[in-house]
Design a protein around this ligand. Sequence first.
Ligand code: FAD
Length: 117
Amino acid sequence: KLGNATAKAELGRASWKLIHTTMARFPDKPTDEERLALKTFIQLLARLYPCGECASHFQKMIKKYPPQTSTRSAAAGWACEMHNIVNKRLHKPLFDCSKIGDFYDCGCGDEDGKGGH
Ligand code: FAD
């Protein structure tokens, strides 16, 4: 049940972590297929996000600011800006998106994500 503020906030933190970490691992030079996958992931997330109020805001945001998928840094910068829009609405401090760099580390080893443990 998501009818309480603590659960909604926990879902939000977990979701932002997934979103920003996904961007941090997105290729610098994505293929068209990778670009489509990222755009589709965001669009489906906006449709299926379990908090209905959040989902409807997010859908409006991505209509106005379509997901940027041309490079890793474009994608990471876009997600940071989206998160800041939500921060602003909720009267939370804004994040300096120029410092997003390696803030989000998935801890999964090799850059290609296939090696290591
Ligand atoms: P969060 O906002 O969850 O952030 C977690 C951490 O991310 C921060 O501590 C900081 O280290 C880092 N961070 C902060 N800003 C950024 C940034 N711009 N870029 C990168 N990293 C950053 N809640 C509502 O009540 N109403 C809504 O309409 C709503 N819409 C949402 C829409 C989406 C798509 C998502 C994923 C969440 C939404 N939420 C909404 C949840 C809300 O954004 C927060 O996740 C929740 O309130 C918990 O906030 P928090 O202060 O713990 O930090």
